[in-house]
Design a protein around this ligand. Sequence first.
Ligand code: HEM
Length: 502
Amino acid sequence: MDHLDYVLVVTALSSVLWLYTKSKRRSPPLPPGPWGLPIVGNLPFLKPDLHTYFLDLAKTHGPIFKLWLGAKLAIVVTSSEVAREILKTNDVIFANHDVTAVGMVNMYGGIDIVLSPYGPRWRMLRKLCVNKILSNARLDLSVNLRRGETRRTVRYLADQARVGSPVNLGEQIFLMILNVLRQMLWGGTVEEEEREIVGAEFLELITEMSDLLMKPNISDFFPALSRFDLQGLAKRMRDPTLKMDRLFDRVIKKRLEMDRESEKKGEDFLEVLLKLKDEEDDKTNLNLNDVKALLMDMVLGGIETSLHIIEFAMAELLNRPDIMKRAQQELEKVVGKDKVVEESHISKLPYILAIMKETLRLHMVAPFLIPHRPSQTTVVSGFTIPKDSKVFINVWAIHRNPNVWENPLEFDPDRFLDKSYDFNGNDFNYLPFGSGRRICVGMAMGERVVLYNIATLLHSFAWKLPQGKRVEVEEKFGIALKLKNPLIATPVLRLSDPNLYL
Ligand code: HEM
């Protein structure tokens, strides 16, 4: 090799090396992750309780790892630092929710808040909810709609208490929350006799839709196959969605037929939404489908979350009579035994609030939030996160991190009396409602409904378990995390005046 050749070879090699390091520098690698099979990736290895399975994987692969769910790349985050990078540092890029094939059928083609991509339409819907429907001022107007349903449950439980009969508490809480939400949506519209019919149908449809939304779907793992709907899930979702749509139509028609002048104004969501739709100077340009998609969001976002928090809280308290007693002492001091709890009391009940916060820490009902989806390829913690991947933030695991939470598996509301964690998502170790742009829009309502109903159940009744029994507080993964086994307990009247149970 003469000198010129030597120079050429060295130059060529250096250029290749330079290009290689440059390209390396330009695109960091994907996060690490477990090996998968060709085509199906990690799908065959998934376990039903995804939240615990993902935590186990994080122990091997670190706070950010990847999985191939068929052709779809999933990124799983298990630390508050990485969660912050996603939800705060890169919040606009991650401000979309992942869209599923069945969700699109259920949500009028994705025109609702949850599935709308971040942009002007989502902003308009969100503003409408925050200012006109779910604000504290608006919720103050509908306090009686909520109160009536809770009192109805108290009457039923009091009847059972008088005969010493155990109740399926989870079932009762479900019915109570379902009815509270139904009342908020259109309670001022539907008359008493029709209420029962609409209620029974409502319960059936919600259960069916939640089940379908949870089913793993080939259409999501291989989007190119989605038009074949190989498991028939989209087709199956059409039926309950159509029935719910007809139910919405019925109540909307009823509302439109009512003599508006003679009705009380501004109580239920439907009335507010229809009024907005008809306002001439309204800039939202809402149409009927928009109204129905918003009602659907409230139905699916508002019921399962609140109901499971109350159920988990009651399950924990039944195992901890000392904590239940402290909560009841607080209620006696603030409300007294000669009155019933009202929503106006809840801001004066810090221990009940601590019970709600601790329940949400230990049993995060939306364990991965609603999975987010980056609108462009970006780098997080030194790894490339490609556009459109599905990002699971395992908040359930973050809430149990032993480096942050002392004795994380113990139910201890006191930790929230000492530290000022709130629900606003500012501390990335505690994110029960999410954080940033997509934080839960129904937070104010969820907080009221949960606090008021826990307070009422504890104030009106002492609760007994069969002799020597404990509640197994086990979790079951689903669209919302729920208690695995039925919660059976016997209510015992606590208040001396029988009129307080009417
Ligand atoms: C206490 C009960 C509740 C909890 C724990 C809860 C939790 C959450 C969480 C974790 C998210 C996802 C945040 C994210 O993706 O980053 C969310 C979103 C949402 N929640 Fe809630 N929620 C509750 C009650 C409600 C209620 C009562 C409603 C409505 C009536 C509601 C409506 C929604 C909607 C529409 C979204 C989507 C917001 C968006 O995409 O911009 N939630 N919620």
